[in-house]
Design a protein around this ligand. Structure first.
Ligand SMILES: Nc1ncnc2c1ncn2[C@@H]1O[C@H](COP(=O)(O)OP(=O)(O)OP(=O)(O)O)[C@@H](O)[C@H]1O
Ligand SMILES: [Mg+2]
Length: 464
């Protein structure tokens, strides 16, 4: 622990001295700064593993400082210290990427807990990195930005299923990273050295589907001049990724189901089934359950592919990922375009954080690429972010949505700080328990899910 470095920024010398003493006694190396400016210049010279910032500083506010620090070190976990009763500020800070917050007066346990959790997460991402080096594949976990708790939880699920042969169905809006996750699963599975074959079910004309998937024999139909292996056979010993599976023609779903269940395919025009050993991953941006209800998707196939359902949340539900993703794409674009851009002006990053990203990660990636092309200085400025120039009104959500978004964040926070203790949470919220439960139900929140346990490492999960 001794080499883990903590930055404390607080203008109250008595508090910062006390913090320094306590943290040192816990074995951390501590740097104390009294102003935002001082903190920024220190952060340019050295890297920190964790930062504790007071919300009110003489020159900047803690949230602004956090944003600037994140431009330098996108993954630095930051805890904001707020005065008692500043929950809205704290929620705001969390939205902008704070790891957590503490309300004065706080005790050592609380502080150590959040440091512990953040560092455990950091060790986990280092572990993920190490794993990537081991697997040494083209598409590994270092291509995946996952800073938010939502994505961290998803990666843990990924780690759990990667080593198995379980059929996984990845759902998520367009551009959320379904294919990225499918490739990560493949590259971290025992099949990693074998083919990963992706099929876009929406792109194959219905008449060619069967022959594409299962192959055909010479002479099976006009134009079948020679025997052709289907995609199932091309993926033998590897992984077959059925992208946009919801678009698969109904008539073919039965044939697909048979192939998956019996692990063999019947090429068009052939009488002899061919054994195949493939692991199936599927993806959809449609609500398959609804498709089943509407009779467009076979129920038996649905259950067959939903063995492990993984849902990738839209980017607007995990805004904490935005700075890291933006930085990641910035570096990628700079490399590709041979430009040197250090980071983002705070107001440009704010615009990125505020936008709702209907096209999700892909839209963000394109926006950054465009900004890099247009940039003429070494920082991305606000005018390069087209979302910012769309009228402010269009960035604002309707009142009901905004209220609901706030309520949801508030409840999540409340459950986090009370560690899922419903009575305490209901009491703080000033609601009866029964009402409080109703609220949780409304937002699909569950007390136990919001307790952030210490996250086991990727290797621990994989070796289980
Ligand atoms: N977590 C992530 N980290 C880094 N890059 C990501 C991440 N998620 C998505 N991307 C990038 O965003 C783009 C879209 O991802 P991907 O193609 O996997 O999305 P998708 O959900 O399959 O989209 P669609 O529904 O349109 O098929 C890709 O360029 C991908 O590399
Ligand atoms: Mg896709």
């Amino acid at each position: 622990m001794a080499d883990e470095r903590i930055l404390v920024v607080d203008d109250d010398p008595s508090l910062s001295t006390l913090l320094k003493m306590r943290l040192k006694s816990m074995g951390f190396a501590v740097t104390v700064c009294g102003t935002g400016e001082d903190a920024l210049s220190r952060a340019q010279e050295e890297t920190f593993d964790f930062a504790i910032l007071d919300l009110r500083l003489p020159d900047v506010d803690g949230v602004g400082l956090m944003e600037e620090l994140h431009l330098l070190h996108a993954n630095l976990p930051v805890v904001i210290i707020t005065a008692h009763g500043c929950i809205p500020n704290a929620v705001e800070a969390m939205k902008k990427g704070a790891y957590g917050y503490l309300t004065k007066p706080f005790d050592d346990r609380e502080l150590l807990d959040s440091i512990d959790k953040a560092l455990a997460q950091k060790r986990m991402s280092q572990e993920i990195h190490r794993l990537q080096m081991l697997v040494n594949e083209l598409y590994g976990l270092d291509k995946v930005v996952a800073r938010s708790p939502e994505m961290q939880a998803l990666l843990q699920q990924v780690a759990r299923v990667a080593g198995t042969d379980a059929t996984v169905c990845i759902s998520g809006e367009t551009g959320t990273g379904k294919e990225v996750i499918a490739r990560v699963i493949h590259c971290n599975s025992p099949r990693a050295k074998k083919p990963f074959v992706a099929v876009n079910c929406a792109a194959i004309p219905e008449s060619l589907f069967e022959s594409e998937l299962f192959g055909h024999q010479k002479g099976a139909f006009t134009g079948a001049y020679q025997n052709k292996r289907g995609l199932f056979q091309s993926a033998d010993k590897g992984t077959l990724f059925l992208d946009e599976i919801g678009e698969m023609p109904f008539a073919l779903q039965g044939k697909l189901l048979r192939a998956i269940q019996q692990r063999e395919v019947l090429p068009v025009g052939s009488q002899t089934p061919v054994k195949v050993d493939v692991r199936i991953l599927a993806a959809t941006n449609k609500d398959l359950e609804q498709a089943v209800r509407e009779g467009r998707f076979r129920e038996d196939l649905f259950y067959r592919i939903q063995v492990v359902p993984l849902r990738i949340p839209p980017l607007r539900e995990r805004r904490q990922d935005i700075p890291s993703l933006a930085q990641f794409f910035l570096e990628q674009s700079c490399q590709r375009l041979h430009k040197q851009i250090k980071g983002f002006k705070p107001e440009a990053m704010q615009a990125l954080m505020a936008y709702s990203w209907p096209g999700n990660v892909r839209e963000l990636e394109n926006a950054i690429e465009r900004a890099v092309v247009m940039a003429s200085t070494d920082l991305i400025t606000l005018d390069l972010i087209p979302m910012a120039s769309s009228k402010v009104e269009s960035r604002l959500q309707p009142l009901t949505e905004a209220k609901e978004a706030f309520e949801r964040e508030y409840l999540k926070e409340l459950l986090r700080i009370t560690e899922g203790n419903i009575s305490r949470a209901a009491q703080i919220a000033g609601r009866y328990r029964a009402d409080f439960y109703k609220l949780l139900k409304k937002y699909g929140l569950h007390p136990s899910n919001t307790q952030q346990e210490r996250t086991p490492s990727m290797r621990q999960i994989l070796s289980e």
